[in-house]
Design a protein around this ligand. Structure first.
Ligand code: NPW
Ligand code: ADP
Length: 274
């Protein structure tokens, strides 16, 4: 049995802006959007990344999505790309990038993952960017390094690591993290967070209100927002998972994913040492 995800273990390493902070110094987060009919998930992730403290958040979208996204955005910035190479160019200045939420199960998404892996950004790989590699998981694993974070639910985990869940969720997450060489967040009512060096914790403040469409997209943005602020990937995953659940618990019945980013300031205030 691995330890419970205890804020005491990461609270002291949460990133807070110093007096001399400016937005670029706080950390830049990119989020890749799907096409015109699939922009909501990336917007949820982007807003969450901004709320958790990334100084600048930019959505990267295919050209058809730009006129859909532009009228919906305020603080979140926007740029469009036509190829993986162009996405990599846009992502080059980013400290972290989230890809997967409603990205599309397409060759273009696979090419975008490979292109992002060529940048220095830490990656959060979620949803479609996991599922699309079900028949060729090695192609995804070749793109990863130890700063990156995979965020599968059990269905997505089984697609990448067939049969591994039979060992139990904790053992499965630990073995998966060792295999891929990055942090694995196996989501569920008791989310397991495992690092390639064998660290593993189980989240204990899970709230069933999170069982609602889009809540995983918000979590991906929260992890990305902490990675963008140069938090260690395992700490970032642990902190985001706990804060995500704490936010849901504060709201309770009726929660929808759109509510979560606006609850982050209250959660942060409870952790702020100042
Ligand atoms: N606002 C937006 O725009 C949103 C957009 N979204 C985007 O939509 C796209 C498709 O999303 P999706 O939900 O259809 O895909 P996925 O979650 O793979 O489910 C497929 C099947 O997997 C299975 N399954 C097994 N275990 C499971 C588990 N623990 N949790 C969940 N499922 C589990 C289950 O099979 P079943 O149990 O029904 O047999 C299920 O039917 C994707 O791009 C996503 O990012 C969403 O994020 C929502 C908000
Ligand atoms: N019963 C539950 N108790 C606690 N957390 C849950 C429960 N069900 C889902 N969650 C959390 O909600 C999120 C759902 O993410 P995901 O399945 O990726 O949804 P989506 O793709 O709709 O965003 C995960 O963080 C998961 O841990």
């Amino acid at each position: 049995m691995n330890p419970i995800n205890d804020p005491m273990t990461w609270q002291g390493r949460l990133p807070w802006p110093g007096a001399e902070a400016h937005k670029h110094a706080r950390g830049r987060l990119g989020v890749v959007s799907g096409g015109a009919l699939s922009t909501g998930a990336a917007r949820l992730a982007a807003r969450a990344g901004l709320r958790i403290g990334a100084g600048l958040v930019k959505l990267f979208c295919p050209p058809d999505a730009a006129p859909v996204l532009a009228p919906t955005l305020e603080a979140v910035m926007l740029a469009s790309f036509v190829s993986g190479d162009q996405l990599a160019e846009l992502a080059q200045p980013m400290d972290a990038v989230v890809i997967g939420p409603a990205a599309g199960l397409t060759d273009a998404t696979a090419a975008n993952v490979a292109a992002l892996a060529r940048t220095g950004a830490a990656l959060v790989i979620d949803a479609d960017a996991l599922t699309l590699f079900r028949d060729r998981p090695g192609d995804l694993f070749a793109c990863l390094d130890r700063d990156d974070v995979l965020t599968p639910h059990e269905g997505e985990f089984e697609r990448l690591f067939p049969g591994l869940l039979a060992k139990g969720r904790e053992a499965a997450a630990i073995e998966a993290a060792e295999r891929v060489g990055c942090v694995v967040v196996l989501k569920g009512s008791a989310t397991v967070i495992a690092a390639p060096d064998g660290r593993c914790v189980v989240n204990g403040n899970g709230a069933p209100w999170l069982a609602t469409a889009g809540s995983g997209d918000v979590l991906a943005g929260m992890i990305g927002g902490l990675l963008a602020q140069h938090m260690d990937s395992f700490d970032a995953a642990c902190a985001a998972v706990w804060m995500h659940a704490d936010a849901a618990g504060r709201f309770g019945p009726g929660l929808i994913a759109e509510d979560l980013p606006g609850l982050i300031p209250g959660v942060l205030a409870g952790l702020y040492p100042g």
